[in-house]
Design a protein around this ligand. Structure first.
Ligand SMILES: [Zn+2]
Length: 282
C-alpha cells in the first residue's frame, strides 16, 4: 500500500505514481537499473516518433479528427497541431530542393493586377539608390534571402485562413482558437501533400518514365494542378464537415468560399508579405 507522497519537485501531496500538480514521476529502486537508464534515452525518440506518425495517419485518414480531438481535450496521442506544422517547415528547410511557395524577383514583378507594379517600382527605386548594383545582382541577392524566409513565413497563412472560417462558422465554434486549430491542420495537409508528397510522386513518375523510356511521359502542368487541388478540396470538405458538422449543402458553400479565399491568401497575401519582408531584409 502506498500512502500520500510529497512531490520532490513541487511539494504537492498526492497518491499514485505521478504528481497530480506537476506530473513528476515517483522514483522506485527498479527505475535505477542500467537497463532503465538506456530505456529512458530511447523512450524520447520512440515516443516522439509514435506521436508524429499517429498525427500524420490521423490527418490523412480522418481529416478534421485531429482538430476535433485537440479542441475537446484528447491531446496525448498527438503532436500539437502547431508543432506538427513546425515539423513540416523544418522538413522543408532540410530539403532545399523543395521550392514550395518560393518565388523569384521577376515572379514578384510579374504579379499582374495585384502588386506587380508596386514590386517593379520598389526594384527601380532600389537600383537608383544602389547605382553599382545590376538587376541580375539584385535578383540573386533576393533569391538567396528568399529561400529560407519563404519557408519560415509560411506560419502567417494559419491566422489568415482561420479568419474566413471564424466569420462563416462563428456560431458553431465559440473561440477563434478553435478555428486556428483547424486552420493549422488544413494548412499542414496543404503543405505536406502539395509541396512535399505530390512533388515526390511526380519525381518518381518522371524517373520511372525515363527508365522505361516511355516517350512523352511528362504530365501536363494544368492536369497536375487540377489533381492536386481536387485532393486538397476533398480533404478540406471532409475536415470542415467533421469539425463544424454542417449539413452538406452549407458545408459545400463554406468549402467554396474557403478555397477561393485560400487561393487569395497563398498567391497574393502571402507572396506580397514575402516580397515586403525580403525587401526589408535586403
Ligand atoms: Zn509535483
Amino acid at each position: 500500500m502506498t500512502g500520500t507522497i510529497t512531490c520532490l519537485n513541487c511539494g504537492n501531496a498526492f497518491t499514485g505514481n505521478y504528481c497530480s500538480n506537476c506530473g513528476e514521476k515517483v522514483l522506485h529502486d527498479h527505475d535505477k537499473t542500467i537497463a532503465h537508464f538506456l530505456e529512458d534515452g530511447v523512450h524520447f525518440i520512440t515516443h516522439f516518433e509514435g506521436k508524429f506518425f499517429t498525427t500524420l495517419k490521423t490527418i490523412f485518414r480522418w481529416p478534421g479528427k485531429l482538430s476535433v480531438d485537440y479542441c475537446r481535450g484528447v491531446r496525448q496521442p498527438y503532436f500539437k497541431p502547431l508543432s506538427f506544422f513546425l515539423m513540416i517547415v523544418i522538413l522543408y528547410l532540410l530539403f532545399p530542393r523543395f521550392q514550395g511557395l518560393n518565388m523569384t524577383l521577376a515572379g514578384h514583378m510579374g504579379q499582374g493586377p495585384t502588386y506587380g507594379a508596386y514590386a517593379t517600382a520598389k526594384v527601380e527605386q532600389y537600383l537608383q539608390h544602389h547605382p553599382g548594383t545590376t538587376i541580375q545582382q539584385l535578383a540573386e541577392k533576393f533569391a538567396k534571402k528568399s529561400e529560407k524566409t519563404s519557408k519560415i513565413l509560411l506560419f502567417i497563412i494559419i491566422p489568415f485562413t482561420a479568419l474566413p472560417l471564424w466569420l462563416m462558422a462563428f456560431k458553431r465554434r465559440k473561440y477563434y482558437y478553435e478555428h486556428l486549430v483547424l486552420s493549422t491542420e488544413i494548412n499542414a495537409f496543404f503543405l505536406l501533400f502539395g509541396f512535399l508528397i505530390f512533388p515526390l510522386i511526380l519525381a518518381g513518375w518522371d524517373m520511372l518514365g525515363r527508365w522505361l523510356k516511355v516517350p512523352n511521359h511528362q504530365l501536363a502542368d494544368m492536369w497536375l494542378g487540377i489533381v492536386a487541388y481536387t485532393t486538397f478540396a476533398i480533404f478540406t470538405a471532409t475536415a470542415l464537415k467533421r469539425f463544424y458538422q454542417y449539413k452538406w449543402k452549407y458545408n459545400l458553400a463554406i468549402l467554396l468560399v474557403m478555397l477561393a479565399i485560400h487561393i487569395l491568401i497563398i498567391y497574393f497575401v502571402y507572396k506580397f508579405i514575402l516580397f515586403i519582408t525580403i525587401f526589408a531584409l535586403l
